[in-house]
Write a protein that binds this ligand. Structure first.
Ligand code: NAD
Length: 434
Protein backbone atom coordinates (compact mmCIF):
# COMPACT_ATOMS: atom_id res chain seq x y z
CA UNK A 1 0.00 0.00 0.00
CA UNK A 2 1.29 3.43 -0.95
CA UNK A 3 0.73 6.26 1.56
CA UNK A 4 1.69 9.90 1.16
CA UNK A 5 2.22 12.09 4.20
CA UNK A 6 1.52 15.71 3.31
CA UNK A 7 3.18 18.44 5.41
CA UNK A 8 6.52 17.57 6.99
CA UNK A 9 6.43 19.58 10.21
CA UNK A 10 6.42 18.11 13.69
CA UNK A 11 3.37 15.94 13.08
CA UNK A 12 4.08 14.93 9.49
CA UNK A 13 7.66 13.88 10.21
CA UNK A 14 6.65 11.81 13.21
CA UNK A 15 4.01 10.04 11.11
CA UNK A 16 6.37 9.56 8.19
CA UNK A 17 9.08 8.17 10.44
CA UNK A 18 6.86 5.58 12.09
CA UNK A 19 5.04 4.54 8.89
CA UNK A 20 8.27 4.21 6.91
CA UNK A 21 9.48 1.68 9.49
CA UNK A 22 6.72 -0.67 8.29
CA UNK A 23 8.27 -2.33 5.27
CA UNK A 24 4.90 -3.61 4.01
CA UNK A 25 4.07 0.00 3.14
CA UNK A 26 5.51 2.35 0.54
CA UNK A 27 5.66 5.69 2.35
CA UNK A 28 6.34 9.07 0.78
CA UNK A 29 6.76 12.45 2.43
CA UNK A 30 5.60 15.58 0.61
CA UNK A 31 6.05 19.22 1.59
CA UNK A 32 5.64 22.30 -0.54
CA UNK A 33 8.58 23.96 1.18
CA UNK A 34 11.51 23.26 -1.19
CA UNK A 35 14.17 24.33 1.28
CA UNK A 36 12.76 22.08 4.01
CA UNK A 37 12.70 19.12 1.63
CA UNK A 38 16.26 19.85 0.43
CA UNK A 39 17.48 20.06 4.03
CA UNK A 40 15.76 16.81 4.98
CA UNK A 41 17.28 15.04 1.99
CA UNK A 42 20.61 16.39 3.14
CA UNK A 43 20.09 14.84 6.56
CA UNK A 44 19.39 18.16 8.27
CA UNK A 45 16.47 17.69 10.60
CA UNK A 46 14.42 20.85 11.23
CA UNK A 47 14.12 20.40 15.00
CA UNK A 48 15.80 18.71 17.96
CA UNK A 49 14.50 15.20 18.41
CA UNK A 50 17.39 12.84 18.08
CA UNK A 51 15.46 9.55 18.17
CA UNK A 52 13.17 10.67 15.34
CA UNK A 53 16.09 11.95 13.33
CA UNK A 54 18.02 8.69 13.71
CA UNK A 55 15.02 6.57 12.79
CA UNK A 56 14.14 8.65 9.75
CA UNK A 57 17.74 8.37 8.54
CA UNK A 58 17.48 4.59 8.94
CA UNK A 59 14.12 4.19 7.21
CA UNK A 60 14.97 6.57 4.35
CA UNK A 61 11.48 7.21 2.94
CA UNK A 62 11.20 9.15 -0.31
CA UNK A 63 10.84 12.86 0.52
CA UNK A 64 9.91 15.30 -2.21
CA UNK A 65 8.30 18.62 -3.05
CA UNK A 66 7.23 17.34 -6.47
CA UNK A 67 3.45 16.76 -6.32
CA UNK A 68 3.31 14.38 -9.25
CA UNK A 69 5.99 12.15 -7.73
CA UNK A 70 4.40 12.28 -4.28
CA UNK A 71 0.69 12.25 -4.93
CA UNK A 72 -0.02 10.12 -7.98
CA UNK A 73 -1.51 6.73 -7.26
CA UNK A 74 -1.41 6.61 -3.47
CA UNK A 75 -4.20 4.76 -1.74
CA UNK A 76 -4.11 7.09 1.26
CA UNK A 77 -3.04 10.66 2.05
CA UNK A 78 -2.22 11.69 5.60
CA UNK A 79 -2.71 15.43 5.92
CA UNK A 80 -0.47 17.11 8.51
CA UNK A 81 -0.31 20.71 7.32
CA UNK A 82 -0.53 23.65 9.73
CA UNK A 83 -3.91 25.04 10.79
CA UNK A 84 -3.06 28.32 12.55
CA UNK A 85 -5.54 30.61 14.29
CA UNK A 86 -6.25 34.03 12.88
CA UNK A 87 -6.57 37.07 15.18
CA UNK A 88 -10.29 36.50 15.84
CA UNK A 89 -9.85 32.78 16.61
CA UNK A 90 -10.93 31.58 13.15
CA UNK A 91 -8.89 28.62 11.96
CA UNK A 92 -6.96 29.25 8.77
CA UNK A 93 -7.65 26.22 6.59
CA UNK A 94 -5.94 27.58 3.48
CA UNK A 95 -2.97 25.16 3.70
CA UNK A 96 -5.37 22.27 4.21
CA UNK A 97 -7.44 23.06 1.12
CA UNK A 98 -4.34 23.91 -0.88
CA UNK A 99 -2.99 20.41 -0.16
CA UNK A 100 -6.38 18.85 -0.92
CA UNK A 101 -6.51 20.58 -4.31
CA UNK A 102 -3.25 18.84 -5.13
CA UNK A 103 -4.58 15.48 -3.96
CA UNK A 104 -7.69 15.93 -6.09
CA UNK A 105 -5.63 16.92 -9.12
CA UNK A 106 -2.97 14.20 -8.87
CA UNK A 107 -4.46 11.15 -7.10
CA UNK A 108 -5.84 9.42 -10.20
CA UNK A 109 -7.68 6.76 -8.20
CA UNK A 110 -10.01 6.24 -5.22
CA UNK A 111 -8.28 6.97 -1.92
CA UNK A 112 -8.59 7.58 1.80
CA UNK A 113 -7.82 11.09 2.98
CA UNK A 114 -6.79 11.02 6.63
CA UNK A 115 -6.81 14.33 8.49
CA UNK A 116 -4.16 14.41 11.20
CA UNK A 117 -4.14 18.21 11.43
CA UNK A 118 -6.31 19.78 14.12
CA UNK A 119 -9.39 21.10 12.31
CA UNK A 120 -12.70 22.65 13.38
CA UNK A 121 -15.72 20.43 13.84
CA UNK A 122 -17.38 19.88 10.48
CA UNK A 123 -14.19 20.18 8.42
CA UNK A 124 -14.13 16.49 7.39
CA UNK A 125 -17.58 16.87 5.93
CA UNK A 126 -16.50 19.99 3.99
CA UNK A 127 -13.36 18.18 2.85
CA UNK A 128 -15.40 15.22 1.60
CA UNK A 129 -17.73 17.52 -0.35
CA UNK A 130 -14.75 19.41 -1.81
CA UNK A 131 -12.86 16.29 -2.89
CA UNK A 132 -15.79 14.37 -4.31
CA UNK A 133 -17.46 17.26 -6.15
CA UNK A 134 -17.00 16.70 -9.90
CA UNK A 135 -14.31 14.06 -9.31
CA UNK A 136 -14.09 10.78 -11.22
CA UNK A 137 -12.70 9.20 -8.07
CA UNK A 138 -14.13 8.56 -4.64
CA UNK A 139 -12.40 9.98 -1.57
CA UNK A 140 -13.29 8.74 1.90
CA UNK A 141 -12.36 11.18 4.63
CA UNK A 142 -11.12 9.89 7.97
CA UNK A 143 -10.48 12.07 11.02
CA UNK A 144 -7.46 10.81 12.93
CA UNK A 145 -6.52 13.65 15.28
CA UNK A 146 -2.90 13.73 16.40
CA UNK A 147 -2.16 13.86 20.13
CA UNK A 148 1.66 13.76 20.16
CA UNK A 149 3.75 16.12 22.28
CA UNK A 150 6.86 17.77 20.89
CA UNK A 151 9.96 16.26 22.45
CA UNK A 152 8.38 12.80 22.74
CA UNK A 153 6.91 12.51 19.24
CA UNK A 154 8.34 9.11 18.37
CA UNK A 155 7.19 7.55 21.62
CA UNK A 156 3.77 9.18 21.40
CA UNK A 157 3.34 8.07 17.79
CA UNK A 158 4.28 4.46 18.61
CA UNK A 159 2.37 4.19 21.83
CA UNK A 160 -0.33 6.84 21.96
CA UNK A 161 -2.65 6.97 24.98
CA UNK A 162 -5.48 6.24 22.52
CA UNK A 163 -6.31 6.23 18.83
CA UNK A 164 -9.34 8.38 18.09
CA UNK A 165 -10.93 7.70 14.69
CA UNK A 166 -13.81 9.48 13.06
CA UNK A 167 -15.28 8.06 9.88
CA UNK A 168 -18.55 7.97 8.00
CA UNK A 169 -18.53 4.22 7.38
CA UNK A 170 -16.99 0.90 8.38
CA UNK A 171 -14.37 0.97 5.64
CA UNK A 172 -12.71 3.99 7.23
CA UNK A 173 -12.44 2.36 10.66
CA UNK A 174 -11.16 -0.88 9.15
CA UNK A 175 -8.49 0.97 7.19
CA UNK A 176 -7.13 2.63 10.34
CA UNK A 177 -7.37 -0.65 12.26
CA UNK A 178 -5.11 -2.26 9.66
CA UNK A 179 -2.69 0.67 9.66
CA UNK A 180 -2.49 0.75 13.47
CA UNK A 181 -2.55 -3.03 13.97
CA UNK A 182 0.66 -3.08 16.00
CA UNK A 183 -0.45 -0.32 18.33
CA UNK A 184 -3.89 -1.88 18.84
CA UNK A 185 -2.34 -5.29 19.55
CA UNK A 186 -0.06 -3.67 22.12
CA UNK A 187 -3.14 -2.49 24.00
CA UNK A 188 -3.69 1.06 22.75
CA UNK A 189 -7.44 1.83 23.02
CA UNK A 190 -9.12 2.31 19.65
CA UNK A 191 -12.05 4.71 19.86
CA UNK A 192 -14.46 4.81 16.92
CA UNK A 193 -16.82 7.74 16.49
CA UNK A 194 -18.21 10.18 13.95
CA UNK A 195 -15.88 12.61 12.18
CA UNK A 196 -17.41 15.47 14.16
CA UNK A 197 -16.83 13.76 17.51
CA UNK A 198 -13.21 12.98 16.63
CA UNK A 199 -12.59 16.57 15.55
CA UNK A 200 -14.23 17.88 18.72
CA UNK A 201 -12.33 15.40 20.94
CA UNK A 202 -9.01 16.95 19.89
CA UNK A 203 -10.10 20.47 20.87
CA UNK A 204 -11.72 19.22 24.07
CA UNK A 205 -8.51 17.43 25.00
CA UNK A 206 -6.24 20.41 24.44
CA UNK A 207 -8.67 22.79 26.14
CA UNK A 208 -8.75 20.54 29.19
CA UNK A 209 -4.96 20.31 29.43
CA UNK A 210 -4.65 24.08 29.00
CA UNK A 211 -7.33 24.56 31.65
CA UNK A 212 -5.34 22.50 34.16
CA UNK A 213 -2.33 24.75 33.58
CA UNK A 214 -4.37 27.92 33.93
CA UNK A 215 -6.08 26.54 37.03
CA UNK A 216 -2.84 25.96 38.91
CA UNK A 217 -1.43 29.28 37.69
CA UNK A 218 -4.45 31.17 38.95
CA UNK A 219 -4.16 29.44 42.32
CA UNK A 220 -0.44 30.31 42.33
CA UNK A 221 -1.36 34.01 42.34
CA UNK A 222 -3.45 33.51 45.46
CA UNK A 223 -0.84 31.25 47.03
CA UNK A 224 1.62 34.15 46.99
CA UNK A 225 -0.80 36.03 49.20
CA UNK A 226 -1.98 33.34 51.63
CA UNK A 227 1.42 31.95 52.60
CA UNK A 228 1.01 28.51 51.01
CA UNK A 229 3.55 26.91 48.68
CA UNK A 230 1.81 26.15 45.36
CA UNK A 231 4.31 23.38 44.52
CA UNK A 232 3.27 21.51 47.65
CA UNK A 233 -0.39 22.21 46.92
CA UNK A 234 0.02 20.93 43.36
CA UNK A 235 1.65 17.71 44.63
CA UNK A 236 -1.19 17.24 47.11
CA UNK A 237 -4.00 17.65 44.63
CA UNK A 238 -2.20 15.85 41.77
CA UNK A 239 -1.79 12.74 43.93
CA UNK A 240 -5.53 12.21 43.65
CA UNK A 241 -5.93 9.92 40.62
CA UNK A 242 -9.22 11.64 39.80
CA UNK A 243 -7.17 14.82 39.23
CA UNK A 244 -3.73 13.54 38.15
CA UNK A 245 -0.45 15.42 38.41
CA UNK A 246 0.14 16.06 34.68
CA UNK A 247 -0.12 19.67 33.49
CA UNK A 248 -0.45 20.85 37.06
CA UNK A 249 2.90 22.55 37.50
CA UNK A 250 2.74 26.27 38.23
CA UNK A 251 4.58 28.55 35.83
CA UNK A 252 4.14 31.57 33.60
CA UNK A 253 1.61 30.07 31.24
CA UNK A 254 1.61 27.73 28.28
CA UNK A 255 3.19 28.58 24.96
CA UNK A 256 3.68 26.52 21.84
CA UNK A 257 1.86 26.14 18.58
CA UNK A 258 -1.22 24.28 19.81
CA UNK A 259 -2.86 25.18 23.13
CA UNK A 260 -3.39 28.90 22.47
CA UNK A 261 -4.66 28.46 18.94
CA UNK A 262 -6.83 25.46 19.78
CA UNK A 263 -8.46 27.13 22.79
CA UNK A 264 -9.07 30.26 20.68
CA UNK A 265 -10.51 28.16 17.88
CA UNK A 266 -12.79 26.22 20.22
CA UNK A 267 -14.16 29.46 21.70
CA UNK A 268 -14.68 30.82 18.21
CA UNK A 269 -16.36 27.66 16.88
CA UNK A 270 -18.75 27.58 19.83
CA UNK A 271 -19.53 31.29 19.54
CA UNK A 272 -20.46 30.80 15.89
CA UNK A 273 -23.17 28.40 17.09
CA UNK A 274 -24.35 30.84 19.79
CA UNK A 275 -22.61 28.94 22.63
CA UNK A 276 -20.40 30.66 25.19
CA UNK A 277 -17.66 28.47 26.62
CA UNK A 278 -16.76 30.07 29.94
CA UNK A 279 -13.98 27.72 31.04
CA UNK A 280 -11.96 27.96 27.80
CA UNK A 281 -12.45 31.74 27.91
CA UNK A 282 -11.09 31.91 31.45
CA UNK A 283 -8.26 29.54 30.52
CA UNK A 284 -7.13 31.87 27.72
CA UNK A 285 -7.51 35.01 29.84
CA UNK A 286 -5.46 33.58 32.72
CA UNK A 287 -2.77 32.46 30.31
CA UNK A 288 -2.49 35.91 28.79
CA UNK A 289 -2.06 37.60 32.15
CA UNK A 290 0.15 35.01 33.88
CA UNK A 291 3.46 36.25 32.41
CA UNK A 292 2.54 39.76 33.59
CA UNK A 293 2.55 38.53 37.19
CA UNK A 294 6.06 37.27 36.74
CA UNK A 295 7.18 40.45 34.99
CA UNK A 296 5.77 42.50 37.85
CA UNK A 297 7.93 40.49 40.23
CA UNK A 298 11.00 41.24 38.12
CA UNK A 299 10.15 44.94 37.95
CA UNK A 300 9.57 45.11 41.69
CA UNK A 301 12.83 43.47 42.69
CA UNK A 302 15.04 44.69 39.83
CA UNK A 303 13.62 48.21 39.53
CA UNK A 304 16.33 49.72 37.37
CA UNK A 305 15.68 47.74 34.22
CA UNK A 306 17.18 50.32 31.90
CA UNK A 307 20.58 49.01 30.93
CA UNK A 308 20.35 46.06 33.33
CA UNK A 309 21.90 42.88 31.91
CA UNK A 310 19.33 40.12 32.37
CA UNK A 311 19.72 36.50 31.32
CA UNK A 312 16.81 34.57 29.82
CA UNK A 313 17.61 30.90 30.14
CA UNK A 314 15.30 28.60 28.15
CA UNK A 315 14.02 30.10 24.91
CA UNK A 316 11.94 27.22 23.51
CA UNK A 317 8.37 27.02 24.76
CA UNK A 318 9.27 24.05 26.96
CA UNK A 319 12.32 22.01 27.90
CA UNK A 320 14.04 19.53 25.56
CA UNK A 321 12.58 20.91 22.34
CA UNK A 322 13.63 23.54 19.82
CA UNK A 323 10.24 25.10 19.01
CA UNK A 324 9.91 28.75 20.00
CA UNK A 325 6.41 29.24 18.56
CA UNK A 326 4.40 31.32 21.06
CA UNK A 327 7.12 30.85 23.64
CA UNK A 328 6.76 32.89 26.82
CA UNK A 329 10.43 33.84 26.30
CA UNK A 330 9.34 36.03 23.37
CA UNK A 331 6.68 37.79 25.43
CA UNK A 332 9.03 38.42 28.36
CA UNK A 333 11.89 39.50 26.12
CA UNK A 334 9.76 41.96 24.16
CA UNK A 335 8.49 43.53 27.35
CA UNK A 336 11.90 43.75 29.02
CA UNK A 337 13.52 45.17 25.87
CA UNK A 338 10.86 47.87 25.82
CA UNK A 339 11.91 48.78 29.39
CA UNK A 340 15.48 49.23 28.17
CA UNK A 341 16.94 46.02 29.62
CA UNK A 342 20.00 44.51 27.99
CA UNK A 343 19.04 40.88 27.36
CA UNK A 344 21.19 37.82 26.93
CA UNK A 345 19.47 34.62 25.84
CA UNK A 346 20.50 31.00 26.15
CA UNK A 347 18.90 27.67 25.30
CA UNK A 348 20.47 24.22 25.12
CA UNK A 349 18.93 23.81 21.67
CA UNK A 350 20.96 25.43 18.87
CA UNK A 351 17.81 25.59 16.69
CA UNK A 352 15.90 27.41 19.41
CA UNK A 353 18.78 29.89 19.78
CA UNK A 354 18.94 30.53 16.03
CA UNK A 355 15.17 30.96 15.67
CA UNK A 356 14.99 33.25 18.70
CA UNK A 357 17.82 35.39 17.33
CA UNK A 358 15.93 35.74 14.04
CA UNK A 359 12.77 36.82 15.88
CA UNK A 360 14.44 39.22 18.33
CA UNK A 361 17.83 40.34 16.98
CA UNK A 362 18.19 42.85 19.83
CA UNK A 363 18.77 40.01 22.27
CA UNK A 364 22.35 38.79 22.49
CA UNK A 365 22.08 35.01 22.13
CA UNK A 366 24.99 32.90 23.36
CA UNK A 367 25.80 29.20 23.31
CA UNK A 368 26.51 28.58 26.97
CA UNK A 369 24.81 29.56 30.18
CA UNK A 370 28.15 30.48 31.73
CA UNK A 371 28.82 32.99 28.96
CA UNK A 372 25.36 34.43 29.43
CA UNK A 373 25.74 34.83 33.17
CA UNK A 374 28.99 36.83 33.08
CA UNK A 375 28.31 40.23 34.61
CA UNK A 376 24.54 39.67 34.72
CA UNK A 377 22.26 41.51 37.09
CA UNK A 378 19.68 38.71 37.24
CA UNK A 379 18.94 35.24 35.90
CA UNK A 380 15.45 34.47 34.63
CA UNK A 381 14.73 30.74 34.34
CA UNK A 382 12.15 29.94 31.69
CA UNK A 383 12.31 26.17 31.12
CA UNK A 384 12.92 22.99 33.09
CA UNK A 385 16.11 22.14 31.15
CA UNK A 386 18.81 20.39 33.21
CA UNK A 387 21.11 23.41 32.84
CA UNK A 388 18.51 25.48 34.69
CA UNK A 389 17.85 22.88 37.34
CA UNK A 390 21.46 22.26 38.38
CA UNK A 391 22.85 25.70 39.20
CA UNK A 392 25.77 25.83 41.62
CA UNK A 393 25.57 28.94 43.75
CA UNK A 394 29.37 29.43 44.12
CA UNK A 395 29.71 29.59 40.33
CA UNK A 396 26.84 32.07 40.08
CA UNK A 397 28.51 34.24 42.71
CA UNK A 398 31.69 34.22 40.65
CA UNK A 399 29.99 34.98 37.34
CA UNK A 400 27.15 37.33 38.12
CA UNK A 401 27.15 40.94 39.22
CA UNK A 402 23.68 40.92 40.74
CA UNK A 403 22.17 38.45 43.19
CA UNK A 404 18.69 37.74 41.84
CA UNK A 405 17.19 34.60 40.37
CA UNK A 406 13.67 34.58 38.95
CA UNK A 407 12.52 31.00 38.51
CA UNK A 408 9.31 30.50 36.53
CA UNK A 409 9.33 26.73 37.14
CA UNK A 410 10.01 26.44 40.87
CA UNK A 411 13.02 24.22 40.20
CA UNK A 412 14.64 24.72 43.61
CA UNK A 413 13.62 24.22 47.21
CA UNK A 414 13.17 27.54 48.97
CA UNK A 415 16.24 26.99 51.16
CA UNK A 416 18.58 26.11 48.25
CA UNK A 417 20.16 29.51 47.71
CA UNK A 418 22.04 31.02 50.62
CA UNK A 419 23.29 34.22 49.01
CA UNK A 420 21.02 34.86 46.06
CA UNK A 421 17.54 36.30 46.33
CA UNK A 422 15.21 33.72 44.87
CA UNK A 423 11.82 34.53 43.38
CA UNK A 424 9.56 31.76 42.12
CA UNK A 425 5.86 31.29 41.32
CA UNK A 426 3.18 30.85 43.97
CA UNK A 427 5.72 30.69 46.77
CA UNK A 428 7.20 33.21 49.17
CA UNK A 429 10.14 35.28 47.96
CA UNK A 430 13.47 34.31 49.50
CA UNK A 431 15.44 37.43 50.36
CA UNK A 432 18.99 36.57 51.26
CA UNK A 433 20.51 39.96 51.20
CA UNK A 434 21.49 42.17 48.31
P1 NAD B 1 4.23 22.69 11.10
O1 NAD B 1 3.93 24.12 10.85
O2 NAD B 1 5.45 22.32 11.88
O3 NAD B 1 4.32 21.91 9.72
C1 NAD B 1 3.39 22.05 8.69
C2 NAD B 1 4.07 21.70 7.38
O4 NAD B 1 3.10 21.69 6.35
C3 NAD B 1 5.13 22.71 6.95
O5 NAD B 1 6.35 22.05 6.73
C4 NAD B 1 4.58 23.34 5.68
O6 NAD B 1 5.58 23.67 4.73
C5 NAD B 1 3.69 22.20 5.17
N1 NAD B 1 2.65 22.64 4.24
C6 NAD B 1 1.82 23.71 4.35
N2 NAD B 1 0.98 23.77 3.30
C7 NAD B 1 1.28 22.70 2.52
C8 NAD B 1 0.76 22.22 1.28
N3 NAD B 1 -0.24 22.81 0.68
N4 NAD B 1 1.32 21.11 0.74
C9 NAD B 1 2.34 20.49 1.37
N5 NAD B 1 2.87 20.89 2.54
C10 NAD B 1 2.34 21.99 3.10
O7 NAD B 1 2.92 22.10 11.79
P2 NAD B 1 2.83 20.98 12.93
O8 NAD B 1 3.27 21.54 14.23
O9 NAD B 1 3.40 19.72 12.43
O10 NAD B 1 1.23 20.83 13.02
C11 NAD B 1 0.48 20.29 11.96
C12 NAD B 1 -0.96 20.09 12.44
O11 NAD B 1 -0.98 19.14 13.51
C13 NAD B 1 -1.62 21.34 12.99
O12 NAD B 1 -3.00 21.27 12.68
C14 NAD B 1 -1.42 21.22 14.49
O13 NAD B 1 -2.41 21.90 15.21
C15 NAD B 1 -1.56 19.72 14.68
N6 NAD B 1 -0.83 19.19 15.84
C16 NAD B 1 0.42 19.65 16.15
C17 NAD B 1 1.10 19.11 17.24
C18 NAD B 1 2.48 19.62 17.62
O14 NAD B 1 2.93 19.31 18.73
N7 NAD B 1 3.17 20.37 16.80
C19 NAD B 1 0.50 18.10 18.00
C20 NAD B 1 -0.75 17.63 17.64
C21 NAD B 1 -1.42 18.18 16.55
Amino acid sequence: MRITVIGLGYVGLANLTVLSGDKSLETIGFDKDFSKVAALKDGTYPFDESSLKAELALNKPLITSDPSQALKGSSAYLIAVGTPSLQDGTTDLSSLFESLSLVKAYAGQDAFVVIRSTVPVGTASDVSAFLNKGSKHSFKVISLPEFLSEGTSLLDERKPARIVVGAADKAGFEWVRTLKKREIESGVPFLEMSNESAEFAKYASNAFLAMKISFINELARYSEKNGADITAVSAAIGADPRIGSAMLKPGIGYGGSCFSKDVASLIHQAAASGTTLLLPQATAAINQTQPLYFLKKIETHTPNLKGARLVLSGLAYKAHISDIRNSMSLILASYLLAQGAELVGFDVSAEARADFKKRLPKVLVVDSLEKALKGAEALIILTEDESNGSLAEPLLIKLMKGRSIYDSHNLYPLDYFKVFNYYSVGRRDVLNGK
